[in-house]
Ligand binder design. Structure first.
Ligand code: A3P
Length: 286
């Protein structure tokens, strides 16, 4: 019973109180600043990590954002709140580019960050998260949830559609600077190098020592600890998160092997073959 806008399903309730249709129109007509940075990613791809690292690089300080990421998601806060955020703003969202002020993004030359994760770990991560916040999913098995995940009307959009629209956006807008990183690379390869590459992309001065300290502060364990001291505004708490929602679950690559049965894995492989043929994204599963 979600609200469908341009083919994308949103939960019935809009946390900021503005009806979804009006809110999406507001997002499309946002006035941007040259210093804005967009994080555009499908849920559970590692956006908390990217958001915190970006925040530290832009401030030049190894200090966590005092607000939670959910406080600042573009789809959950009013246009006025977005307009009143201090620069440089990290515009963090799961909505597709068709709902964003693309013309302004190009004119202002804003930077876009995209983190992506393999769909098998994504569905497992999402299953555990969504069951905490959508009461009707409590009795769903992972197989039930996988079936929903593979449908086009999945809440907050379909994984494959998101990847495809990102690919199309990059092809059609070669002048927009886009930084891309997979969750798997971020977890398995030299993390400091990713932080350094991001600093370069953001055009911020960041010494090796700063990048090393940011990497350390943004490790899974450190961020999990830091999260406990953050607060959620009441309007968000009852929506995608509650005080007890466990956002930092395992942070592993390949955890899907502990949950997907052979049949579920085949369903997913079939969907990947059918929906992402010839994709430029190389998805890593282990
Ligand atoms: P799991 O549920 O597999 O543990 P997002 O940040 O986009 O909401 O994604 C959440 C996923 O990223 C969760 O995955 C979470 O544990 C993991 N995660 C959060 N912070 C992380 C960090 N600092 N390093 C690695 N993984 C992190």
């Amino acid at each position: 019973n979600g609200v469908i806008i341009d083919g994308m399903t949103f939960p019935p309730r809009q946390p900021c109180g503005v009806p979804w249709k009006e809110h999406i129109e507001n997002l499309r007509s946002l006035e941007l600043r040259r210093t804005d940075v967009f994080i555009c990613a499908y849920p559970k791809a590692g956006t908390h990590w990217l958001w915190e690292v970006t925040h530290m690089l832009l401030t030049g300080k190894v200090e966590y954002e005092t607000r939670t990421k959910e406080n600042l998601m573009m789809e959950f806060i009013t246009k006025e709140t977005i307009d009143n955020l201090d620069s440089p703003r990290i515009m963090n969202t799961h909505v597709p580019f068709s709902m964003l002020p693309v013309k302004e993004m190009k004119e202002k030359g804003v930077k876009v960050l995209h983190v992506y994760r393999n769909p098998k770990d994504t569905v497992v991560s999402m299953y555990f998260h969504f069951r905490q916040v959508f009461p009707h999913l409590k009795d769903y098995s992972l197989l039930d949830f996988l079936r929903i995940f593979l449908q086009d009307d999945m809440v907050y959009g379909n994984y494959f559609c998101f990847i495809k629209q990102m690919e199309a956006f990059i092809q059609q807008n070669p002048d927009v600077p886009v930084f891309q990183l997979s969750y798997e690379a971020m977890r398995k390869e030299n993390q400091v190098q990713h932080v350094q590459r991001l600093a370069k992309f953001l055009e911020v001065e960041a010494s090796e020592d700063l990048c090393e300290r940011i990497t350390e502060a943004c490790s899974f364990q450190k961020m999990k600890q830091a999260d406990q001291s953050k607060t959620l505004p009441s309007e968000i708490s009852s929506h995608t998160m509650t005080k007890d929602t466990k956002m930092y679950r395992k942070g592993e690559v390949g955890d899907w092997k502990n949950y997907l049965t052979v049949a579920m894995n085949e369903m997913m492989d079939g969907a990947i073959q059918e929906k992402l043929p010839g994709s430029s994204y190389t998805l890593q599963y282990t």
